[in-house]
Design a binder for this molecule. Structure first.
Ligand SMILES: [Cu+2]
Length: 186
C-alpha cells in the first residue's frame, strides 16, 4: 500500500513522456501522397543497429531523453521473430534503472491508459512487433540518472524462450516520436 502513490506518479510521468508531440507525426504521415514510396533518409549518426538472439531480430532500439528529475523513461524498438515458435519479451536491464517493465498503452475515448504486461509481450512466429510511443514500450523505472539526447546506453532484453541479449539504445531528444528525433532535417 505504501508504494501506491509512487506508482501513480510514475504512471503519469510515463504518460506525459510518451504522449508529447504525437500530433505532428500523424499529420506528416497523412501528408504523404497515396501510393508514393517513402524513402527514409538515414544519416550515419542515426544508422539503425540490429541485434540477434536465436530467431529474434531486434532493430534500432532507442530511448527518450528525460527532463530533469524524471524517474522513468520509455524504450522502443522493433522485434521480429523469424522462428517457428512464439516468444515473449518479459523484461530487461539498464544500468541506470532500478527495473525494466513491459508496458502497454491504449486510448479509451480521450483517456490514455497504461498498464504493465505481467506476462510480457508475445512475438508470434513470422511476425514483427513494434514498441513505439503511444503503444507497447519498455519502461525504465527508478532512474538513478537522467538520459541525455545523443547518448548511447547499453542494456539487456530478456525473452522467455530465447533468453538474454545485449542491446544498445540511442537516446533521442525529449518528446521524440522516432529514433532520429521525430522531425525532418533541413
Ligand atoms: Cu509505461
Amino acid at each position: 500500500m505504501k508504494l501506491k502513490p509512487i506508482a501513480l506518479v510514475a504512471a503519469s510521468l510515463c504518460l506525459a513522456a510518451l504522449t508529447a508531440q504525437a500530433q505532428p507525426l500523424v499529420q506528416a504521415q497523412q501528408a504523404a501522397a497515396p501510393g508514393m514510396a517513402l524513402v527514409p533518409v538515414v544519416d550515419k549518426a542515426n544508422a539503425a543497429q540490429s541485434f540477434k538472439l536465436g530467431p529474434l531480430v531486434i532493430e534500432a532500439p532507442w530511448a527518450r531523453a528525460t527532463p530533469g528529475g524524471a524517474r522513468v523513461a520509455g524504450g522502443f524498438m522493433k522485434i521480429t521473430n523469424t522462428g517457428k515458435l512464439a516468444d515473449r519479451l518479459i523484461g530487461g536491464t539498464l544500468p541506470v534503472a532500478g527495473g525494466v517493465e513491459v508496458h502497454e498503452m491504449s486510448v479509451s475515448g480521450t483517456v490514455m491508459k497504461m498498464r504493465r504486461l505481467a506476462d510480457g509481450l508475445e512475438i508470434k512466429p513470422g511476425q514483427s512487433v513494434e514498441l513505439k510511443p503511444g503503444g507497447h514500450h519498455l519502461m525504465f523505472m527508478e532512474l538513478r540518472s537522467g538520459l541525455k539526447a545523443g547518448e548511447t546506453i547499453k542494456g539487456t532484453l530478456v525473452f522467455l524462450r530465447a533468453g538474454t541479449v545485449e542491446v544498445e539504445y540511442r537516446v533521442a531528444p525529449i518528446g521524440a516520436q522516432t529514433r532520429g528525433g521525430g522531425h525532418s532535417h533541413h
